[in-house]
Design a protein around this ligand. Structure first.
Ligand code: DX5
Ligand code: ZN
Length: 233
């Protein structure tokens, strides 16, 4: 494993990133054999955070990456790492991903019966704290913990795979949750995001845009980041 370039301390990126739309390329769609180069490309093009999808084959049917992959990316860049846990037992993994270099961790409300406990553990670890919900889970399910999170991630596809079609029926949920948030809290959307769907999410109140296939499978990766940036202005 390459040596870290710097001894970056994990920190809560949502507090320091500028307000306004943020772009979060999802590494799930990158070419893993060329991950370092593609990450450099999206960062140079202005990506704000790197989104990392952790799937355990239980909470979702797919397997993706673990703490070792996050650590490799941490060794490669100081850019904020936005970890999205799609796992059955998020409590077990918080420390592991914090230690691997995550800056923010988002877990599913469906996966833990004591979300407030996980959020306070994330605070103790000095990380950003996010809560997310499947498309079929009503907005009300997260209402009790909203005051304590930095970010709400509204899934706009069924979690598990990249490259699915955006679910437009999530737009009212985005608007509802936005109406419940304080101004500095972030609302992230994830799944089927491209220029057109990002614009619709922006109009509904989103301000962090995860995009996998739209960026990493584009013929011109920097142009895809720039085009998305223009769409959310
Ligand atoms: C899906 C993941 C997404 C996924 C999005 O379970 O949470 O982050 O990578 O991929 P695209 O943008 O290709 O729909
Ligand atoms: Zn994700």
């Amino acid at each position: 494993m390459p040596r870290r370039k710097t001894m970056k301390k994990p920190g809560n990126p949502w507090k320091s990133l500028p307000s306004g739309g943020l772009i979060a390329p999802s590494l799930l769609a990158c070419d893993f054999a060329r991950a370092g180069r593609q990450i450099d490309q999206v960062i140079a093009a202005g990506a704000d955070v790197l989104h990392m999808d952790i799937m355990d084959g239980h909470f979702v049917p797919n397997l993706s990456m673990g703490p070792g992959f996050v650590q490799s990316i941490r060794n490669h860049t100081d850019h904020p790492l936005d970890v999205h846990l799609m796992v059955t037992d998020p409590a077990y993994y918080l420390e592991r991903f914090a230690q691997a270099g995550a800056d923010s961790i988002t877990f599913h409300i469906e996966a833990d019966s004591e979300p407030a406990r996980l959020i306070s553990r994330l605070r103790e670890l000095g990380l950003g704290a996010g809560i997310t919900l499947r498309p079929g889970t009503p907005a009300e399910a997260i209402r009790d913990v909203l005051a304590d999170v930095d970010l709400v991630l509204v899934m706009t596809v069924e979690p598990g795979y990249g490259g699915q079609d955006f679910m437009a029926d999530m737009l009212p949920k985005i608007a509802t949750i936005r109406s419940w948030l304080r101004p500095r809290q972030r609302l992230e959307v994830d799944g089927g995001i491209n220029q057109q769907t990002a614009r619709r999410c922006a109009d509904a109140g989103a301000d962090v845009y995860v995009a996998g296939v739209d960026i990493f499978r584009a013929a011109d990766i920097p142009k895809a980041v720039n085009d998305l940036r223009q769409a959310i202005k």
